[in-house]
Design a protein around this ligand. Sequence first.
Ligand code: ATP
Ligand code: MG
Length: 446
Amino acid sequence: MRLSKYFLPLLKETPASAEIASHRYMLRAGMIKQHSAGIYSWLPFGYKVMKKIEQIVREEQNRAGCVEMLMPTIQPAELWRESDRYDDYGKEMLRITDRAGRELLYGPTNEEILTDVFRTFVRSYKELPQLLYHIQWKFRDEVRPRFGVMRGREFLMKDAYSFDINMDAAVVSYNKMFIAYLNTFARMGLKAVPMRADTGPIGGDLSHEFLILADTGESEVFCHADLVDMPAPGLDVDFDSDLQSLVDARTALYARTDEMHEQDVFEAEVPRAKRLSARGIEVGHIFCFGDKYSKAMGAKVMGPDGKEHFAQMGSYGVGVSRLVGGIIEASHDDAGIIWPKSVTPFGVGIINLRVGDDDCDRVCEDLYGKLKFAGVDPLYDDKPDRGGVKFSRMDLIGLPYQIVVGPRGIKDGVVEIKDRKSGERQNQSPEAAIAFITAQYADMSL
Ligand code: ATP
Ligand code: MG
């Protein structure tokens, strides 16, 4: 993409309303535009990042054996009356009436809809387990929408649902999602810590929240430091094998948010040197809640014993749009964003320091064409601005690598490669620069 042809409306001033770094940088880097409290347009640069995140989530759901579908954003109130949540959900739910006077709502979550699908089509334990997901917009009329996309009202969520014949089988499905989540967040360069959680209005008794540690997080967290250092299981995990020990290795270590924290238990279970108290951003939440919805809505299957059983269910959410902010919160400096390679909107920025100079233009065009061909999706700053403007702009938008092309370097046959994170610079021939950048992305599909 040529910057001169791209839609990237950058802001010079930091908007006063933005309290945290990710919100400030998302506004300054032209990623989002707010229309109303918690309601945003995703401008091209922000949308590209969200799509990358969505794709990683999708790949890891698929790898765990979860099957993608799409449910509507608008749901009938009747289904929520069946599950007895229509009144309980309160003012967070946006209620709508259509022209015929039918009550509808903009879905804040999809347990009812998928239970309705399940009870229509699934009859026998032989068709279980079922693990289904979608990536769809939700609406929750939050009391305090804030921090930009972190707590929006309209937001993108991946939500998965599992149906099993009994609780033991439901835990197997739960464990698959638990492990898939660790891999999902690790691929985004995040350390997401699974914390024992309350099940709240969804009900049931097995639940974990996944939090990334960041000073600006809304939750207070207390955990064993070893849990934070534990590597993700890795993409070669066999999801058909018994995952219990991988889960146990993590759940054995104390990890709670303020809602469930008990200081005396924390002190008894965790040696002083390993006690970590910090703040965190919730990026995922998984629940195993048994037959709460299947019972209320009559979702039964025939068991091997010839009797009917209510399906044992779980639900599993990831905050896809929240993650865009979460990743920035975890990876930025005073100059701007620092994108992890796996979610960066462009693989490399090319800075032409003298647009209009034949040599600079030629070298840049050549780099641009070849890097595009190599599949690393370059962003070429071909705008006629001063060097200082170009440098700070490229730092702000945070692409992992920059290639700086100027007349002086060209005389010596070199361009400069800058690593955005470390700040390291190296001079290379244009050909070597292409090979270097391409190699950095060899292990991932951009
Ligand atoms: P929170 O405690 O932050 O309000 P929640 O418990 O209501 O979240 P879930 O119902 O578990 O959230 O939803 C699954 C995921 O969706 C959350 O882990 C979070 O990442 C994301 N999410 C929830 N509410 C919002 C929101 N208002 N804006 C953006 N993302 C959200
Ligand atoms: Mg929660």
